[in-house]
Design a protein around this ligand. Structure first.
Ligand SMILES: Cc1cc2nc3c(=O)[nH]c(=O)nc-3n(C[C@H](O)[C@H](O)[C@H](O)COP(=O)(O)OP(=O)(O)OC[C@H]3O[C@@H](n4cnc5c(N)ncnc54)[C@H](O)[C@@H]3O)c2cc1C
Ligand code: SF4
Length: 333
């Protein structure tokens, strides 16, 4: 049996210092992902630093009208928060589309963003996996590939990022607040996760020991008309095959502004900036949304198992933007 030390942190700086000092140490929040990995033997830390009692469990108004979500805010509390539901509906819808009520009560905002891939080979310690063991190979190439990436994959890793919340946060241009040994820094949500390249073992751009303390949602009218669509095998308790987070600001029927992020297609939430550019300033229609998604998907690389994702994400984009356009028209009527 391996020895595993446990320390309950009472101070964020202490937690950062302890994890930074030990390359195998890990932060423990709700434990709904990390504890599974301990049981599966796919991570073997010497030290767990429990950050779940740190006072990072508040949702607070920011002076500029935005919202600050503490890293320990539970997924269920985030999805039920009145301001999140009213001003950032895409965030509430995405977080409530994830997991089950029981898991959402346990899961935290920070842990949700840093949960690891659901690739079946990553989770099976008996198979080669470059993310788990760099240089060992990628069993998903030529293996079970239905959940694999179609954008931004590399020959070293073809998996996707599983968080629903991360996709919504990418669409609303959230900022991630991070504490390291040199103090606090903020980074755009789109820069938190990374494409696999030749280092698929690195999911994010965070340094070892950096602690997410909060996520900040900007005050921005475009995010008020927003929504999430998740295509999955079952109506609940299933990860996304593909998902779409979108925000739409129409002036009459002209697109003043639009944000689109996709889940289930890449190693990180995929911000569809090419599609957004194609739609801005044009007359909105679901066909135009489909055409814009097609432009973004020109870079897609598929095989027999993943080919379904391209039409699925294209149609899901048109579907969610169409819903937002109708909501705007009905709201204005
Ligand atoms: C059966 C099942 C179904 C699920 N379905 C979905 C789904 O459909 N959609 C979805 O999005 N998720 C789903 N999840 C994943 C679930 O949402 C995550 O397990 C959960 O959000 C992780 O949060 P946690 O607080 O429990 O994290 P933990 O398990 O405690 O930690 C996860 C990782 O984050 C790190 N970490 C935690 N907090 C911080 C922090 N503040 N700063 C830095 N690092 C930190 C930990 O070190 C660890 O590496 C599912 C999980 C299960 C078990
Ligand atoms: S796709 Fe990535 S996570 Fe899955 S087996 Fe290959 S290297 Fe591992």
């Amino acid at each position: 049996m391996r020895e595993l030390a446990y320390h309950r942190a009472t101070d964020a700086a202490e937690a950062v210092a302890l994890v930074t000092a030990n390359p195998s140490a890990r932060f423990l929040a709700g434990g709904s992902n990390l504890v599974d990995h301990l049981k599966l033997g796919i991570t073997e830390p010497e030290l767990l630093v429990d950050v779940s009692r740190l006072p990072l469990d508040r949702v607070e108004d920011l002076p500029d009208g935005g919202l600050r979500i503490g890293a320990n805010v539970r997924n269920s509390d985030l999805g039920a928060h009145p301001r999140v539901r009213t001003d950032y509906p895409v965030v509430a819808e995405a977080v409530l589309a994830g997991a089950s009520p029981q898991i959402r009560h346990q899961a935290t905002t920070g842990g949700n963003l840093l949960q690891r891939t659901r690739c079946v080979y990553f989770q099976d310690a008996s198979t080669p996996c470059n993310k788990r063991e760099p240089g060992s190979g990628c069993s998903a190439i030529g293996g079970y590939g239905r959940y694999n990436a179609v954008l931004g994959a590399s020959p070293d890793c073809v998996t996707t990022h599983p968080s629903d919340l991360a996709v919504a946060l990418a669409a609303v241009d959230a900022r991630v607040v991070v504490l390291g040994t040199d103090g606090e820094r903020r980074l755009p949500m789109s820069e938190l996760h990374r494409l696999p390249g030749d280092e698929p073992q690195r999911d994010t751009t965070l340094a070892h020991g950096e602690l997410i303390t909060a996520v900040e949602l900007p005050a921005d009218p475009v995010v008020q008309v927003s929504g999430y669509h998740k295509a999955r095998d079952r109506a609940s308790f299933a990860f996304a095959l593909v998902s779409v987070a979108a925000c739409l600001d129409l002036d009459g029927d002209t697109v003043r502004d639009v944000r689109i992020a996709w889940g289930g297609v890449a190693h990180k939430p995929w911000r569809a900036t090419r599609a957004e550019e194609a739609l801005r300033g044009t007359r909105f229609s679901e066909d135009a949304a489909r055409d814009a998604a097609t432009l973004e998907l020109e870079a897609a690389e598929t095989d027999e198992e993943t080919a379904y994702k391209v039409p699925m994400v294209r149609n899901a984009t048109a579907l969610v933007l169409g819903r937002l356009a109708r909501a705007t028209t009905e709201g204005a009527a």
